[in-house]
Ligand binder design. Structure first.
Ligand code: 13P
Length: 266
């Protein structure tokens, strides 16, 4: 009986396949893509499916996703609730237009918009306060990997992002490991390379919080995920989903990844 429940714990994580559309698709294109996608994944029952269009397409997406099994997310949020912050969007506003998820700290935001572990932490707290489910991105650059600093970089990103976050709040958080060198390059981390970092992250979460949080937290892999490599990546014991860029812009490709996820035992 004890053995059985330990076995169950290892299989309780629901695979989460999220599409990060980045700066792509107008509102009308969003509607078309989601009409195709919702039809293509309608039979998926085991997988949590999320799409994150641009801010201006969120309401169109919300309407297109009604009565589907696909959830809505945003790609960023600001940490203040309201006020004189021209161009920014709050967590409450995202929640109000139907978002359940929000991506935080994507490497493109770190690279082009001066995002740091400290700003990731502020956005994370704001997202949690607004009742959103955050997807927190971490990952090393090629230079950091080649200089054998991967684990130090990930460790710092994790401790910076989750500073002052309670164990209860951690239960709402998804982590996305996205090696920067694998994003949009066609170079996927090998399943073994990804698994090594995922296991490291899970262990770090156990040290920072506790074993239960660590066993339950969803850790997605991101970086050139496509239908042809999804099954092998998702078969790794510590890879619980994917954060998909390019392949999420095409209904057939994204659905192909979801269908691969549906075939994973557990
Ligand atoms: P690609 O799937 O295009 O490599 O992008 C990954 C990513 O950055 C998802 O957030």
């Amino acid at each position: 009986m004890i053995v059985y429940s330990i076995f169950l714990v290892g299989n309780m994580r629901k695979i989460n396949i999220s599409g990060n559309w980045k700066l792509n698709k107008t509102a009308s294109e969003t509607k078309e893509l989601l009409a195709e996608l919702t039809a293509a994944v309608a039979g998926a029952t085991k997988t949590e499916i999320v799409v994150c269009p641009t801010f201006v397409s969120l309401t169109t997406a919300r309407d297109a996703l009604q009565s589907s099994n696909v959830k809505l997310g945003a790609q960023n949020l600001f940490w203040e609730e309201s006020g004189a912050f021209t161009g920014e969007i709050s967590g409450t506003q995202l929640k109000n237009v139907g978002c359940e998820y929000v991506i935080i700290g994507h490497s493109e935001r770190r690279q082009y918009f001066n995002e740091t572990d400290a700003t990731v932490n502020k956005r994370l707290k704001a997202a949690l306060n607004a009742g959103l489910l955050p997807i927190v991105c971490v990952g090393e650059t090629l230079e950091e990997r080649e200089s054998e600093n991967t684990f130090t970089v990930i460790e710092n990103q994790i401790s910076g992002a989750f500073a002052g976050i309670s164990a209860a709040a951690m239960a709402k958080i998804t982590i996305a490991y996205e090696p920067v060198w694998a994003i949009g390059t066609g170079k996927t981390a090998s399943p073994a390379q990804a698994e090594e970092v995922h296991a490291f992250i899970r262990n770090k979460i156990a040290n920072l919080f506790n074993q239960q949080i660590s066993e339950n937290i969803i850790i997605q892999y991101g970086g050139s995920v496509k239908p042809s490599n999804a099954f092998e990546l998702l078969s790794q014991p510590n890879i619980d989903g994917a954060l998909v860029g390019g392949a999420s812009l095409d209904a057939e490709s994204f659905a192909g990844i979801v269908h691969a996820a549906e075939k994973i035992e557990g």
